[in-house]
Design a protein around this ligand. Structure first.
Ligand code: ZN
Length: 345
């Protein structure tokens, strides 16, 4: 892992993979004879979406979007395609054309900026195509790779793992999953993103957590994060989920954020079909409850009551317990299954 990090550090000031074909590649009349203005629009779209990394996406996009029959006819006629792979001919044509016709003029200037996490300088064009699109230029490729794509620290100590979990929990206000997807983090404000990336850069390796604690769940327990997630918020504290829903505990917010990220439509605080009790969420016709304090006799009595009420009205009740927050894949699958559900007749 350290080797990979060293390599990435050496690439901070290098442009990521790109092509530099001579201008004459744009004058290939075998291609120009069928090239249409709307294909230029595709190039413009890629430039806008992927910035300087757009060369990395051309081949795939053009193969997907240009008529296959047209490409086949051209390949059969263009002598260059006997010498080179046709997709390289096409990709180099596209790059030369975008440059010579001014389409590439809309690219942002290449700049040297400082990473918001490590403070090191890096070239904005060192970021790969999708990275630039998804994360902008606030963070260097090294910090992003360490936070999201590399393996994590294989020798992290017990203390450092606990500290890591506690830090994520506090900064993020949710129960952290074992591997945090970049998309989950990038839904939040810049300050929070920076805080999270800073913490994630030093995350422990998955295997190491298993070695030290047995499982992610046990690590969450040892870090007291699940106890914390069970407690309601202090009066007057608002805990806002990413979709704007007000949540009453961090456990609830964790579930809400998971649903939002997975595109599971839900409402908050739906009433039970009878009486004054409310559930935490509703998906389709199913009620969802986060039973954070299960084990307390009064609380357990209330759980029984809610179960009975749901059963009596033929309403599905999805029960979520703190332990379920450790396995987000399984939890999201259970919640997704309720989408579009309608009440039992
Ligand atoms: Zn950095």
């Amino acid at each position: 892992m350290t080797q990979q990090i060293r390599r990435l550090e050496g690439e901070r000031m290098t442009r990521s993979w790109h092509l530099d074909p001579p201008d004459e590649y744009a004058r290939n009349h075998h291609i120009l004879s069928w090239w249409k203005p709307e294909y230029d629009a595709i190039l413009s779209e890629l430039i806008l979406e992927y910035g300087h990394g757009w060369h990395q996406c051309i081949t795939r996009e053009l193969e997907d979007r240009l008529p296959a029959a047209g490409i086949a006819a051209w390949r059969a006629k263009d002598p260059l395609c006997e010498q080179y792979a046709y997709y390289n001919v096409l990709t180099n044509f596209a790059v030369a054309r975008a440059r010579t016709t001014g389409l590439e003029d809309t690219l942002p200037d290449e700049r040297v900026v400082e990473c918001a996490v490590c403070g090191e300088s890096f070239l904005t064009t060192s970021l790969k195509a999708g990275v630039w699109r998804d994360f902008g230029t606030d963070f260097c490729g090294v910090c992003l790779a360490r936070a999201f794509w590399l393996d994590g620290d294989p020798v992290a100590t017990r203390e450092s793992i606990l500290e890591h979990i506690g830090g994520l929990y506090a900064a993020w206000q949710r129960v952290p999953p074992q591997s945090v997807g970049s998309r989950e983090v990038f839904g939040s404000s810049f300050e929070q993103r920076r805080e999270l990336v800073k913490i994630l850069v030093d995350r422990p390796a998955t295997d190491r957590v298993r070695e030290v604690f047995g499982s992610w769940f046990e690590a969450l327990v040892a870090a007291s994060v699940l106890d914390g997630a069970a407690q309601g918020m202090a009066r007057g504290t608002r805990c806002l989920a990413n979709d704007g829903h007000v949540c009453l505990s961090i456990g609830e917010k964790t579930i809400d954020d998971l649903m939002y990220a997975a595109g599971i439509a839900h409402t908050k605080e739906p009433p039970y079909p009878e009486g004054r009790m409310r559930a935490d969420f509703k998906i389709g016709s199913a009620l969802v409850e986060y039973f954070g304090l299960a084990g307390d006799p009064d609380y357990d009595a209330k759980i029984e009551l809610k179960r009975a009420l749901a059963a009596q009205h033929g309403v599905a009740l999805i029960e979520v317990y703190p332990a379920n927050l450790a396995d987000t894949t399984e939890l999201v699958a259970r919640l997704s299954a309720a989408v579009g559900s309608s009440p039992a007749a």
